[in-house]
Design a protein. Structure first.
Length: 179
């Protein structure tokens, strides 16, 4: 069972304060071993260190301050997310293979778990970005938009929105049978 996650986090122009980034959106698509989508999930998260989104972040993600103000903090939102994954997949979270476009999402999820004293729940992670580059014999990994173009898959939704990016990554994953 594969869980394709795309996270959006607090951010600032010129990458200032990378160590203070916090997740503000989880987008996820659950894919079974037959490459069928069995569920999609989206939630906003209220950051605790920098609760006011920068203009840069709002412009990049199209997430607005109201979305964040009305959201739950990470421990509550993440617990609900994990419960959804286990209920939908009928598997323990440690049996789920976490996939993302690159390694950023795993690093950010690990940071947020540490910040909130939550045990990071996944045993296995794959970078679809790197597996895609390997399968396509590319000299180096490419961005998701470029990969969609290579696969002749239209970009759906808004780039840099967690749920939309997760759905687009899932399309590449399924079409190319990445793992």
């Amino acid at each position: 069972m594969y869980l394709i996650i795309d996270l959006e986090a607090t951010c600032w122009e010129n990458h200032r304060d990378k160590n203070n980034m916090e997740i503000i959106e989880i987008g996820a698509v659950l894919v079974n071993n037959d490459y069928k989508i069995i569920g999609e999930y989206q939630t906003f998260i209220k950051p605790i260190k920098n609760s006011k989104l920068s203009e840069f972040c709002k412009d990049l993600t199209s997430i607005n301050q109201k979305d964040i103000n009305n959201a739950e903090i990470f421990p509550i939102a993440f617990k609900k997310f994990i419960q959804w994954v286990q209920r939908k997949s009928k598997h323990n979270i440690s049996d789920i293979i976490f996939c993302s476009w690159g390694y950023y999402d795993k690093k950010q999820l690990t940071k947020d778990c540490e910040l909130h004293n939550i045990i990071y729940p996944f045993q296995t992670h794959y970078s679809i970005k790197h597996k895609f580059a390997e399968i396509k014999n590319l000299k180096k990994p490419i961005g998701m938009k470029k990969a969609l173009q290579m696969c002749k898959i239209p970009l759906d939704g808004t780039h840099h929105r967690g749920i939309d990016d997760a759905k687009n990554i899932a399309k590449i994953f399924i079409q190319e049978k990445i793992l």
